[in-house]
Every structure is written in C-alpha cells, then in structure tokens.
Design a protein around this ligand. Structure first.
Ligand SMILES: [Zn+2]
Length: 285
C-alpha cells in the first residue's frame, strides 16, 4: 500500500503538473471507486485545480469553490498521465480530461480497493474521513511526541500502524522505523525509556524523509505519476528481507505476524524488552 512517502511523491508531482489546469470532464469507468453519487462529478467541469494536499495516506485535490476530490489509493491505486485518446486499459477506473491539454490524468487501480469521495466544503480536513487522523509525523513538534506515547498499551508495531496515532505510516515504514530505532516490534509503547522515545522519534523523521527524497518505494504497483519507480525499496533494511543478513550486525532478519501483519526485524539489533503481550502473536519462520 502506498504510504506517506509514496503519496507525498504523487502529491508533489500533481502539484507541479496539475495545479492551474481546468477540468474539462471526469469520466468514471468503475462506479465502485466513487463513494457517493456520480452526478457530483459534473460539478467539477470547468473548475481549476487550485492545490493538492496529502493527509496521511490520502490525497486531496482542491478544485476551488469548496470542491475537493479525496482519493485513497489503498493497495494499488495510482495516477498516470496519458495522451488524449489513448485507449484505457482494464485497470483504469477514472479519467480526468483538461481544457487545452493533450494529456489526461488516469486513475488506475488493479485491486480496486481505492476510493474517491467528492467533498463540498471549505473545511475538508474537518470532515469525517480526515478528522480522525493523528498528527502528520513530519509536521509534529518532537516535544509533543512523548505525550502521544504516554499510557499506550499494546505493541509498538501496531501503534505505528494506527492512523489515529500518527497519520501515514504503514507496514513498510513501521518496520524500517523500528529497525532504525533498534526497538522490538512487540515493545509496549508506554514502557519506552526517554532515550528510546528519542530514538523512535529520530527514526520516524529520518526514515520518512529519506524515503520521500528517494521518491518512495516501488513494490507491487506503486509508481509516481510519470510511471517512474521510486528507489527507496533498494534501501529497505529489514522489510521483506526474511532470512537475509541484517545490514548492521549480520544476524538473519526474522518475520513475526503481529495483528495479522508481517513484521520484519533483526533479532539481535531489536531485542525484546519490557512486558510482552502474549496473545495474538505467532512466530513464523
Ligand atoms: Zn542486526
């Protein structure tokens, strides 16, 4: 699933290429993409894209007069530019055509979990989709981070995946962050010492910033809007590397299933400590 760095890469690309363009029409090929009434899309004809914002893993395209297109790319959603008249393929779910432009913006989604909502409000961030999200990790003041962890039970890995805790972190970056911070994924968040909390905060910042600088990670179907691969997958140190040597100490990377999600970690660099919840966890080799 595209996470914060991938969605930020897409948002930055759309900011450069789509802001200022006037929408000539929106064609919906897969009704399941739109959560709402297809007639709403008519309102966007003639509107100019005024801005593109990422919030968590979601993308908000502002079209003026309180009209917004809110996309969640989910597993495999993505945007692609295509020359006008290019026949759509089986995975193209939506096409946005622009006035005086020989290219259309296509939304493709192989797995079809992605969704679009048309928001008609001056305050889209206060709406039902975006309001529950936690702070943006790259905008939060580090001094406020320890208080976010206070009293948190459960497992650190699951907490990082919780979009109400911090917005935008998914399975890949949670594992990379925990590796960088040298923290076991099963650590109880409220048990973290001051030093460990500081390491975790630094790792959140470093890993996400590096991934954005590399244009995100290309696994499965993620591409930026030009169809270019991100490069950060070459820098994954534990994610998807079960049995391969830890780049720091050489121990074999292990995989655990936590809350139904794979977790990759180095058993030597990320030793378990504190109270470990025992339920819902199964080792996997
Ligand atoms: Zn190691």
């Amino acid at each position: 699933m595209p996470e914060l760095p991938e969605v930020e890469t897409i948002a930055a690309s759309l900011r450069r290429k789509a802001v200022g363009l006037e929408i000539a029409g929106i064609e919906l090929y897969f009704p399941g993409l739109l959560r709402g009434d297809a007639a709403q899309l008519e309102k966007y004809r003639g509107k100019k894209i005024t801005g593109v914002l990422r919030r968590g893993k979601m993308l908000l395209i502002a079209c003026g007069e309180g009209l917004h297109l809110l996309f969640h790319l989910k597993m495999t959603g993505g945007f692609h530019w295509a020359r006008k008249g290019t026949p759509r393929d089986a995975h193209t779910r939506l096409r946005i055509a622009f006035k005086n432009l020989d290219r259309d913006l296509l939304f493709r989604d192989v797995r079809k979990f992605g969704f679009l909502r048309c928001l008609e409000t001056a305050f889209p961030l206060a709406g039902a989709e975006l309001r529950p999200l936690g702070p943006e990790p790259l905008e939060l003041d580090g001094r406020d981070f320890p208080s976010l962890l206070a009293g948190r039970k459960g497992r650190l890995k699951s907490l990082l995946l919780d979009q109400r805790f911090l917005a935008g972190i998914g399975n890949i970056y949670a594992d990379e962050i925990l590796f960088e911070a040298r923290l076991h994924p099963l650590t109880v968040p409220s048990s973290l010492k001051v030093k460990e909390t500081a390491r975790l905060w630094a790792a959140v910042q470093n890993v996400l910033k590096k991934a954005i600088a590399a244009g995100g990670s290309s696994i499965r179907d993620y591409k930026d809007t030009d169809g270019m691969d991100g490069l950060f997958q070459n820098e994954h140190r534990v994610y998807g590397r079960k049995g391969r040597p830890c780049p720091r100490c050489g121990a074999k990377v292990r995989r655990l299933v936590i809350g139904g999600r794979s977790s990759f970690f180095c058993p030597r660099c990320q030793r378990p400590r504190g109270r470990r919840p025992s339920k819902g966890t199964s080792p996997s080799n």
